[in-house]
Design a protein around this ligand. Structure first.
Ligand code: ATP
Length: 235
């Protein structure tokens, strides 16, 4: 579905990604874990065309997208939920959701996706007339995920959805991520610092350190790996 091949990404002279190789198969949840500054967000920005790779290739369904503009990549079905949510605070919940669907012209599809989003997150239905900026952190994360779902993505890129949320809400968000993957077969690329939760929800995981992938394996194997336990699971 998505493949990063030998990716190098730079900010000016600073190299943030070094020879990164990641494969995401259709219908999978994969997670990329790593410390602050490891290069996780940059990886997502490179996939989306916001910070294009200097070397290497990003393939989507076998076609190179490395040098396409960000809007073309979104139109192809790759949607990112950025770190820190970044919803529109002065628009209502409903208007935020409408913004997610602005590239679509299939009104009946949009209406049915809106109903699905409200089934996944009933609180958003209750609050549909409320301004986005007045929602709690957890509700804003739900809205950010829902807004991306309104574009009906083939691949959903999630950047630290658990950031700053209470444990109960984090569990709820991860359950919904699994549900989205299961019910709509959406492929999910999950970037997380919360390695423990991320490795429990995903099928396969990659560990990133200083811009390089240092480990990749099935999540149950990574959860049992001594180096991962020590560095990322606090065990
Ligand atoms: P975090 O978990 O803290 O978000 P991360 O793993 O997502 O970290 P990135 O945000 O991808 O890491 O950052 C990777 C490296 O690139 C860091 O050294 C960071 O300082 C640098 N970097 C990120 N954005 C920029 C930028 N706009 N200009 C220059 N350097 C940047």
């Amino acid at each position: 579905m998505l493949e990063l091949k030998n990716i190098d990404t730079y900010y000016g002279n600073i190299q943030a990604l070094r020879d990164v190789n990641i494969t995401v198969r259709e219908g999978e949840i994969i997670t990329l874990i790593g410390a602050n500054g490891a290069g996780k967000t940059t990886t997502l920005m490179t996939i989306c065309g916001v910070v294009p790779a200097r070397n290497g290739e990003v393939l989507f369904q076998g076609k190179p997208i490395t040098r396409l503009s960000a809007d073309k990549i979104v139109r192809m079905g790759i949607c990112q939920v950025p770190e820190g949510r970044l919803i529109f605070p002065d628009l209502t919940v409903r208007e935020n959701l409408d913004m997610g669907a602005f590239l679509r012209d299939d009104k009946s599809g949009v209406d049915s996706d809106l109903e699905q989003v409200f089934t996944l997150f009933p609180i958003l239905k209750e609050r549909r007339r409320q301004l986005g900026g007045t929602l709690s952190g957890g509700e804003q994360q739900m809205l950010a995920i829902s807004r991306a779902l309104m574009a009906r993505p083939k691949v959903l890129l999630l950047d630290e959805p658990s950031l700053g949320l209470a444990p109960l809400i984090i569990r709820q968000i991860f359950d919904i991520i699994k549900q989205i993957n299961r019910e709509s077969n959406t492929t999910i690329f999950l970037v997380e610092q919360n390695a423990n939760q991320a490795l429990k929800v995903a099928n396969r995981g990659y560990v990133m350190e200083n811009g390089r992938i240092t480990l990749e394996d099935a999540c149950d194997k990574l959860l049992a790996n001594d180096a991962v336990k020590k560095a990322y699971l606090g065990l």
